[in-house]
Design a protein around this ligand. Structure first.
Ligand code: ZN
Length: 300
């Protein structure tokens, strides 16, 4: 059986639509019909060659989506044919089957343990979870990457508490998820920062108390005045730009301020910071997709 898939053949070139041959399912593998797919920025970066040399070409793409289980391989116990599932790069319980290998005109096409830019995908059981009841399938795509990451940056990595202030740099999928989480947790003020007015309007609709457009005003000055000169308690960075990462650490308060970096920088870029900021008791924190936030939204 074959399936249509958008394949990355060469980085920085348009994806090619290929009919690839689906392999016989091995242990822990699940064939899923993809209903909706997200397009995460890390995947766009990969396609554009911004993540460095790609040794897996040609390969499938996509790491968040919603689908319907068609068939299960040996040793799969968590999902059954007909189940609606959320597809996520974040691991749940179950079998780790690794990446799938398809073929096209006799040559191998590589894929990760989950891919979604295709009609049918062979996925590892542990990247699938039943679609939560009451969540529309097209909304549930967000559960595969952006929502757990943005939520986890605030709750798990950033350890925010009600009443604390937060600045969110970059109001894309992760940033908006961090904003919604912060509002729901009672953080105040919740401050959205983005160059796009459209995204800032959306952030306000999600409950952000204040927005800053760096093209129109100085971010550090605006954040200082919003926090009585102290700096914010928490900053979440979701732009992938080292200069913004540095600003995230700069803008948090001394003695306890946390800057959580979620954005992916281009391969080869470096982050320079003043070590004195760390001596002030500020923390620079990395996150692995929100650090175990997946289980908050999806059954494992
Ligand atoms: Zn993603």
């Amino acid at each position: 059986m074959k399936t249509a898939a958008a394949i990355l053949v060469k980085t920085a070139e348009p994806l090619e639509l290929w009919d690839i041959e689906i392999p016989k399912l091995g242990p822990g593998q699940v064939l899923v019909e993809v209903i909706f797919s997200g397009a995460c920025r890390t995947q766009v970066m990969e396609a554009m060659g911004m993540k460095g040399e790609d040794k897996w070409l040609p390969h499938c793409l996509g790491h968040e989506g919603v689908g319907s289980v068609v068939e299960t391989g040996p040793d799969v116990s968590r999902v059954r044919p007909g189940d609606r599932v959320v597809m996520s790069w974040l691991k749940a319980g179950g079998y780790e089957a690794g990446g799938a290998k398809y073929t096209h005109k006799g040559a191998t096409v590589n894929a990760g343990a989950i891919t979604t830019f295709q009609k049918m995908a062979v996925c590892s059981e542990n990247r699938l979870s039943p679609l939560p009841k009451g969540v529309p399938a097209d909304h549930a795509i967000m559960l595969g990457c952006a929502l757990p990451t943005g939520y986890g940056c605030v709750v798990n990595t950033g350890r925010a508490k009600a009443g604390e202030s937060v600045a969110v740099f970059g109001a894309g999928g992760i940033g908006q998820s961090a904003i919604m989480t912060s509002v729901a947790m009672g953080l105040t003020p919740v401050i959205a920062i983005d160059l796009s007015e459209e995204k800032l309007v959306m952030a306000k609709a999600f409950g952000a108390h204040m927005s800053i457009n760096p093209a129109k005003e100085d971010v550090m000055t605006a954040l200082k005045s919003a926090t009585g000169g102290r700096g914010v308690d928490l900053a979440v960075e979701a732009t992938g730009q080292p200069g913004v990462m540095r600003m995230a650490l700069d803008c948090v308060r001394a003695q306890g301020g946390r800057a959580v970096i979620a954005g992916n920088a281009k391969a080869g870029e470096e982050l320079t910071i003043s070590p004195g900021l760390l001596n002030q008791g500020k923390s620079l924190l990395g996150t692995w997709g929100g650090d175990r936030a997946r289980s908050t939204f999806l059954r494992s």
